[in-house]
Design a protein around this ligand. Structure first.
Ligand SMILES: [Zn+2]
Length: 153
């Protein structure tokens, strides 16, 4: 059981995506920075839901180094612009779920969610509670983001 419970980095989907092991198109990576990459969430809470993820397999927020942290925030800023351009949302949720009890789907590898929001999209449902609201066309979202990335850079 210990063997099953312990997730190794080589089984980590974010490490695999970051290392481009399964292929960039399939992983829906929209941007590669120096310390972090940006990827579409396969199970989005809303259209255009992205995650900003350090390449390094890192579980705890306080262990991120300053360069990883600052690039995360710089990319959040960049992609707020990109997502505004692509989807014209009314607002955003930006956040991290640290640990399983906090709702992290992949608790072993830290990631920052950026979720576009529209007026009336979920009423009062907390967006990070794991409730999927929007059926989403990932291919379409990917294309829209790549176009907006070009338009805003
Ligand atoms: Zn990992």
């Amino acid at each position: 059981m210990d063997f099953i419970k312990s997730r190794k980095p080589d089984h980590c989907v974010f490490c695999k995506a970051g290392a481009n092991i399964s292929g960039e198109d399939k992983d829906f990576i929209v941007y590669r920075g120096e310390k972090c990459f940006v990827i579409l969430n396969r199970y989005p809470y809303a259209t255009g839901h992205i995650m900003i993820i350090p390449y390094r397999h890192c579980k705890n927020f306080e262990i991120l180094d300053d360069e990883e942290l600052s690039e995360m925030m710089v990319l959040a800023k960049k992609f707020i612009s990109v997502l505004k351009c692509a989807f014209e949302p009314d607002g955003f949720n930006i956040g991290m779920n640290l640990g399983n009890v906090a709702g992290a789907g992949i608790a072993d590898h830290i990631h920052l969610h950026v979720v576009p929001r529209w007026a009336g999209d979920t009423n009062f449902m907390p967006v990070f509670a794991g409730v999927k609201i929007h059926p989403t066309d990932l291919e379409g979202a990917y294309k829209a983001i790549m176009q907006a990335l070009e338009a805003t850079s």
